[in-house]
Design a protein around this ligand. Structure first.
Ligand SMILES: [Zn+2]
Ligand SMILES: [Zn+2]
Length: 333
């Protein structure tokens, strides 16, 4: 099968001809249709996340159809989750041990032994992939393969960040890329007031944010017309956490949605005073994923997608690195 493979860090992906993987215990084999490109893939390729299983097929927003079953699938009381030919989605959270301190509390996103798709387990930048059936999602029929792919990470982890941000009315989004442009649609549909912050001077990005329901859009160096009750920082830039605090109201929650971020500069305690808080978001639970897919279908969320052939994965990553990519990028396999 054709696959884009990372062989060393930092590196470029190389087109390779690999054997079709065999589904292991509890896994399904899927024929990949599309795979979303995430900033985390860029952090892996660039060596900012340091422990991938090399050589690695990246990609953790995989859409495809079930082809075969490994041993032990359907061992649970309810039988196999999927039938041959079913359309499924595979997210970042690929496996958990189910018994560590965090799993037992229902916080599987923090599992001490979790394995991640496109990092510990080969992902979807390939014609075929295997995945543990318990961590795959059935996909809503209303959304096609290209548009559903970005929901599997940009949407799901963004949604987890949104729930941690709480239900404050005035929500700031810092860094208006793949995740923010999905979250903006959901938050606006739910009656939140969205304030979008782009790179200073990115007037196109600001117009894009307003077209998706943001009440106000400006540069990250600008003061919004009102203080924020919550903010989610998608750009991997630590100083934005402090910028968000500076324009926040009492009790505001500032959430970093990324897996990697540059250092957060020190700041005076008075910025945090009055019960403001800083949070991070790690991974997702299966419950987050199910809720997000349901919300996206109900609100008819439509990611703006640029589709490229699998072989152009390096070009897609370069576009995220340079900030040229607006909306989401999806590889068509
Ligand atoms: Zn665990
Ligand atoms: Zn991701």
């Amino acid at each position: 099968m054709r696959a884009m493979v990372l062989e060393e860090q930092p590196g470029r992906l190389a087109l390779r001809d690999l054997p079709v993987p065999e589904p292991g215990p509890g896994q399904v084999l899927m024929r990949v249709s599309t795979c979303g490109v995430c900033r985390t893939d860029l952090h892996i390729v660039d060596g900012e996340l340091t422990k991938p299983g090399l050589p690695l097929v990246p990609g953790h927003q995989i859409v495809g159809t079930v082809e075969e079953f490994g041993p032990g699938t359907g061992a649970g009381d309810s039988g196999r989750r999927f039938a041959k030919g079913d359309r499924i989605g595979v997210p970042w959270l690929g496996w958990t041990d189910g018994h560590c301190h965090f799993c037992r509390q229902g916080r599987e996103n923090l599992c001490e032994n979790a394995r991640f798709t496109g990092y510990d387990i080969d992902g979807g930048y390939a014609e075929y992939a295997v995945a543990d059936e318990r961590f795959c999602f059935p996909l809503p029929g209303e959304i096609d393969d290209e548009h559903v792919a970005p929901l599997l990470c940009a949407g799901m982890i963004g949604y987890r960040a949104l729930t941690i941000a709480g239900d404050g009315e005035r929500l700031g989004l810092y860094g208006f890329g793949s995740s923010a442009h999905i979250l903006c649609q959901i938050a606006a549909s739910e009656g939140r007031r969205v304030f979008a912050f782009t790179r200073p001077g990115d007037l196109d990005g600001q117009a894009f944010a307003r077209s998706l329901g943001a009440e106000w859009a400006g540069g990250s160096d600008e003061q919004p017309p009102e203080p924020l009750d919550a903010a989610i920082v998608f750009a991997p830039v630590g100083s934005l956490m402090v910028d968000a605090l500076k324009v926040s109201d009492r009790g505001a929650r500032i959430v970093s949605a990324g897996i990697h971020m540059s250092d957060i500069p020190s700041f005076p305690y008075e910025l945090l005073w009055e019960e403001r808080s800083l949070h991070s978001v790690a991974n997702l639970t299966r419950q987050d994923g199910t809720e997000l897919l349901e919300l996206a279908a109900r609100h008819q969320v439509e990611p703006m997608v640029e589709t490229m052939p699998l072989e152009d994965a390096n070009t897609a990553l370069d576009a995220i690195r340079s900030g040229a990519s607006e909306g989401s990028t999806v590889l068509s396999v």
